[in-house]
Design a binder for this molecule. Structure first.
Ligand SMILES: *[C@@H]1O[C@H](CO)[C@@H](O)[C@H](O)[C@H]1NC(C)=O
Ligand SMILES: *[C@@H]1O[C@H](CO)[C@@H](O)[C@H](O)[C@H]1NC(C)=O
Ligand SMILES: *[C@@H]1O[C@H](CO)[C@@H](O)[C@H](O)[C@H]1NC(C)=O
Ligand SMILES: *[C@@H]1O[C@H](CO)[C@@H](O)[C@H](O)[C@H]1NC(C)=O
Length: 523
């Protein structure tokens, strides 16, 4: 009896040691779509009984009664700079490189504000609590790793889509540029010579950009943490226990190696069961006899930042459809126009609408979050990308056969009408995305279960150094065996030189002797 009781007490203690941990979520990315992903991670942990404290720069849409929120907004001046930059970006073509360049220069408030936050008194208060784990929402904010160092807790980095070079570097994941297209470029496999040249060039370009970021981040880090005994930023990077990434490559591709410290939690933001829709939206969808089209250009860009002509083009086409249309539009006083088949709303439960059986098509700006939800629910798409990773997301989506991508800045009534007709009437799109949906959901653990299991794993073992790839601690030269190649090349060159030298000597000897004997003969 006593033994059983002992075992029970022991078991309870073992459970209690990971349940009810104090977890800090530091989510200072100034992007609502990133925050949704990070908050979904926090929520999964809160639902599993942990005491989660979240620091963010804006009020998150996803909340939970057991999550303590500390919202520390940007100052007004920074906010203004950012808004101007976003509006500027909506009016032009933006490549990933130009977006990165902007982040490095004109738009670097997005980085600086994340450093300012650390010295805010509202933030400083977190040091009074004893935490067990920190989750860092990644957005070019490596210097925030110092918070975990101060708290003496392990860190899990959370990134909102498939692993990017920075995340790979944290955990020592191989990049495999010969067949892994960089940041979701659409290619056919096996990659031909030109595709590989392009991919290698892009990958080097990104290395260059991240090198520039690194200089900036290291400078900021030294400014914010000037103490002498502070470890270097690169040492802190080598102490990351795990990375959660918002992908599920088994179904999304590309198929590639991932080290055990990368945990895929793609689709974490999607509810296991959709919430009931608000009454008016539900009724609107229910009475649509031909199904419904859902239009949302995302949360970063206000609809009003898109040129009025483009909005009018979209309105003319949508008001002529026989399908019902739900349009996400912020300014309900000034809508693009009245039409009996269009319902404007300034906030919409995107996931729940996409889950509705009447939703036949999603018109999206091709943000990673929206595309993932649409794919999860098997809804085909028409993509109108604007900037950042959106054009690449749209291209991959189109290549996968889940819909059609157009360029938002150059759409015409005809091109948009054609695209909508094609995706609504040709069944191949809904079939392809339906097939994907079935694959995407077929996993050993749901995204939520993965988050809870692996976070508790890190808690139980106080970090996960045993999972770490040795590559993390190797230099670029050693990791790529460049020293060995140099050695082999040197030996080879030496061998050739030596052979030539010896050859010359022998030649001279024989020739020399011949000459001598010849001259002797002549005498
Ligand atoms: C939960 O976290 C908050 C900090 O946000 C802290 O004040 C509180 O003491 C924690 N609760 C427990 C039970 O540790
Ligand atoms: C919409 O239809 C569903 C299923 O047919 C039903 O359960 C729901 O109550 C309907 N909603 C409204 C507002 O009519
Ligand atoms: C649309 O209808 C509302 C009232 O239903 C009206 O206030 C508004 O002016 C109309 N807008 C346009 C562009 O006709
Ligand atoms: C490295 O992480 C462990 C927890 O995993 C922590 O205890 C330790 O203080 C960290 N070291 C540094 C230098 O931050």
């Amino acid at each position: 009896m006593f033994a059983i009781r002992c075992v029970l007490v022991f078991l309870l203690a073992a459970v209690a040691s990971t349940r009810g941990a104090n977890i800090l979520g530091l989510f200072s990315s100034h992007s609502p779509s990133h925050l949704i992903i990070h908050m979904s991670v926090a929520k999964a942990l809160a639902e599993a009984g942990h005491n989660v404290t979240v620091v963010s720069m804006m009020e998150p849409k996803i909340k939970h009664k057991d999550i303590t929120l500390i919202v520390i907004p940007m100052d007004e001046e920074q906010e203004l700079i950012l808004e101007n930059q976003m509006t500027e970006m909506a009016g032009q073509k933006n490549s990933l490189v130009s977006t990165m360049n902007r982040l490095l220069n004109d738009m670097d408030v997005m980085i600086k504000a994340q450093a300012d936050l650390l010295s805010d008194p509202r933030f400083q208060r977190i040091y009074e609590t004893k935490f067990d784990l920190m989750i860092l929402g990644y957005f070019i904010n490596d210097f925030q790793l110092a918070v975990a160092h101060k708290l003496k807790v392990p860190v899990i980095v959370d990134w909102m889509s498939a692993p990017i070079p920075a995340i790979e570097q944290f955990v020592g994941n191989p990049s495999e540029v010969a067949y892994v297209p960089i940041l979701g470029t659409a290619v056919s496999h096996p990659m031909g010579l030109f595709n590989r040249i392009e991919n290698l060039a892009k990958s080097l370009l990104f290395k260059g950009i991240f090198f520039a970021f690194d200089i900036k981040l290291t400078r900021i880090y030294k400014e914010v943490f000037p103490e002498k005994d502070q470890p270097s930023l690169s040492d802190l990077r080598k102490n990351i226990s795990m990375a959660f990434v918002g992908s599920q490559l088994n179904s999304e591709g590309p198929i590639r190696p991932l080290v055990p410290a990368i945990i895929e939690i793609g689709g974490i933001q999607i509810k296991d069961k959709p919430n009931p829709l608000p009454k008016d939206i539900d009724a609107f969808l229910n009475q649509s006899t031909h199904g419904a089209v859902f239009l949302s250009l995302g949360s970063n860009i206000k609809s009003s930042a898109v040129k009025p002509e483009i909005i009018q083009t979209i309105f003319k086409v949508l008001s002529g459809l026989k399908q019902s249309v739900i349009w996400k539009w912020e300014d309900l006083e000034n809508t693009p126009g009245n039409a009996s088949n269009i319902l404007y709303k300034n906030w919409l439960p995107q996931d729940d609408i996409l889950a509705h059986r009447k939703t036949k098509l999603f018109i999206t700006h091709a943000g990673k979050g929206g595309i993932t939800e649409s794919q999860y629910h098997g809804v085909p798409m028409v993509a109108l990308p604007i900037f950042g990773d959106q054009p690449a997301n749209a291209a991959v989506m189109e290549k996968s056969g889940y819909g059609v991508a157009l360029d938002l800045l150059t759409i015409t009534e005809d091109s948009l009408r054609e695209a909508l007709k094609e995706v609504l009437e040709n069944e191949k799109y809904s079939q392809a995305v339906g097939k994907f949906s079935a694959l995407y959901r077929d996993r050993p653990l749901t995204a939520k279960q993965s988050v809870v299991f692996w976070a508790e794993y890190v808690l139980r073992h106080h970090g996960a150094p045993h999972l770490q790839s040795p590559a993390v601690h190797m230099s670029f030269i050693a990791l790529n065996n460049l020293d060995i190649y140099t050695l082999i090349l040197t030996i080879f060159v030496l061998f050739i030189l030596l052979t030539r030298l010896v050859g010359k000597l022998i030649w001279k000897k024989i020739w020399g002797k011949a000459k001598i004997s010849e001259s002797k003969k002549k005498q």
